[in-house]
Design a protein around this ligand. Structure first.
Ligand SMILES: Cc1cc2nc3c(=O)[nH]c(=O)nc-3n(C[C@H](O)[C@H](O)[C@H](O)COP(=O)(O)OP(=O)(O)OC[C@H]3O[C@@H](n4cnc5c(N)ncnc54)[C@H](O)[C@@H]3O)c2cc1C
Length: 396
């Protein structure tokens, strides 16, 4: 049956859903708060190769192993993994390029949404109301649609931030050599430090240059965070600072700390990057992804903790599997939505809980990584994994 569907959010989850629902012949409108074309969210992401492969032949850069350096720059552990890394823009473009003009309303911020029997509605900040058969919240971590689906939901700040940057490999100084060599051989590089860690991997720029994309996870109290990121006009604490947006005094502190706490092979990469950005790391899973004719997908349904590099892939699979559930539905739509939500919760839960446990250990345990043998790392990892399945372990 052809449905009339409103999608809130036109990023990864929203674009992936719009593309599939249009193919199924449904009538779609996407409401996206940002008035730009989203092409400026340019950092790198790691993806599930099986999902990346659906976006194009040879999509992204394949990575085959994780290499862990300690704070002295010594390689402590090498572990097989299976990921593809890519620019966020390339993923968004692959998902949204086929959407016809007029489907996405840019600069349309949704204030509230609601449902009534077998119908749903949303109201924009401009005050206009739109009625649909279904409204899908693909509106990310601060979802407005989730406020109706799960009114008790609260995000949980995990006590650390990701400071992020990007730099061309040919602009790096010689000290970065050991980390660059590992990356160019197909590795994701991790530096495990004292209650802190860095993840770095190669991506290709839009014009084909080899770049290093890095994330430095740094502990921060909630009070310090508020002082650092500030609040929006309505008093809501911000969750991120854009590239170049970290205040100069904090930037100086962070740069000093980077050079003091990590080996030159890693700190030289951070210090050579000029547009640092910052994101506070939160967790949270909505108690349900479906309430009547309101549905949540992507980060609106569950915040993807970044340590497993799965959020984008999960958002795409959410969207495509939801489109399938809607496509085949007739009078049984509500039952199909409930079944879809239960299945996705089961499929994503292990990766989310593992990401949280891994982040907690790396940021809080105070382990002296310089004393561990490769066998110690193996034992730690399989204990932490605790039989949970992760897509990037599949090549073992
Ligand atoms: C530091 C960090 C590193 C990460 N690394 C990775 C990685 O390597 N691999 C990976 O797969 N994932 C990674 N993630 C997670 C990934 O970014 C998210 O899981 C993914 O972006 C979720 O996509 P989404 O479409 O659900 O939400 P989002 O990308 O957040 O999109 C939500 C959209 O909704 C719009 N919106 C919000 N509110 C409204 C409103 N009221 N009205 C209209 N529009 C609205 C926003 O403008 C936005 O376009 C990382 C996350 C962080 C924080």
């Amino acid at each position: 049956m052809r449905r009339n569907i409103g999608i809130v959010g036109g990023s990864i989850a929203g674009s992936a859903l719009a593309e599939r629902l249009l193919r199924g012949g449904h009538r779609i409108e996407v409401f996206e708060r940002s008035s730009s074309d989203l092409e400026d969210r340019g950092l790198g992401i790691a993806m599930d190769p099986s999902v990346a492969g659906t976006l194009g032949k040879d999509f992204g850069t394949p990575l085959e192993r994780r290499v862990v350096f300690d704070r002295n720059g010594v390689v402590r552990w090498t572990k097989r993994l299976s990921k593809r890394t890519v620019r966020w823009n390339a993923v968004h473009h692959a998902l949204s390029a086929t959407l016809p003009d007029g489907i996405v309303r840019r600069g349309a911020s949704v204030r509230e949404a609601g449902g009534d029997g077998d119908a749903a509605w949303l109201r924009t900040e401009a005050g206009d109301r739109h009625d649909f058969d279904l409204v899908i919240g693909a509106d990310g971590i601060g979802s407005r649609v989730r406020e109706m689906v799960d009114p008790g939901f609260r995000t949980d700040f995990l006590g650390y931030v990701a400071i992020r940057g990007l730099v061309r490999i040919d602009e790096l100084p010689p000290e970065a050599g050991p980390v660059c060599e590992a990356m160019l051989e197909g590795s994701m590089v991790n530096a495990y430090l004292d209650r802190s860690h860095v993840v770095a991997y190669p991506i290709e720029s839009a014009s084909g240059e080899a770049m290093v994309n890095w994330m430095w996870y740094r502990n921060t109290t909630i009070d310090d965070l508020e002082g650092l990121v500030g609040s929006d006009a309505d008093g809501t604490p911000r969750r991120s600072l854009p590239p170049g947006g970290i205040p100069a005094d904090h930037l100086e502190t962070f740069r000093g700390e980077a050079s003091g706490s990590m080996a030159a092979s890693m700190s030289s990469i951070l210090l050579s990057s000029d547009s640092w950005s910052l994101q506070a790391i939160h967790a949270g899973t909505a108690s349900t992804a479906v309430a009547g004719r309101l549905v949540l997908i992507g980060d609106a349904a569950r915040i993807a903790i970044p340590h497993v590099g799965a959020g984008t892939s999960m958002a795409i699979v959410d969207a495509r599997s939801l489109a399938e559930a809607i496509d085949g539905a007739d009078a049984d739509l509500d039952r199909r939505l409930e079944r879809w939500a239960g299945t996705r919760r089961g499929e994503t839960g292990e990766a989310i809980s593992f990401g949280r446990d891994l982040g907690r250990f790396l940021q809080c345990s105070g382990t002296d990584w310089t004393t561990w043998s490769s066998a110690d790392y193996e034992r730690w990892w399989s204990g932490l994994l605790d039989d949970r399945r992760l897509y990037f372990e599949s090549t073992q």
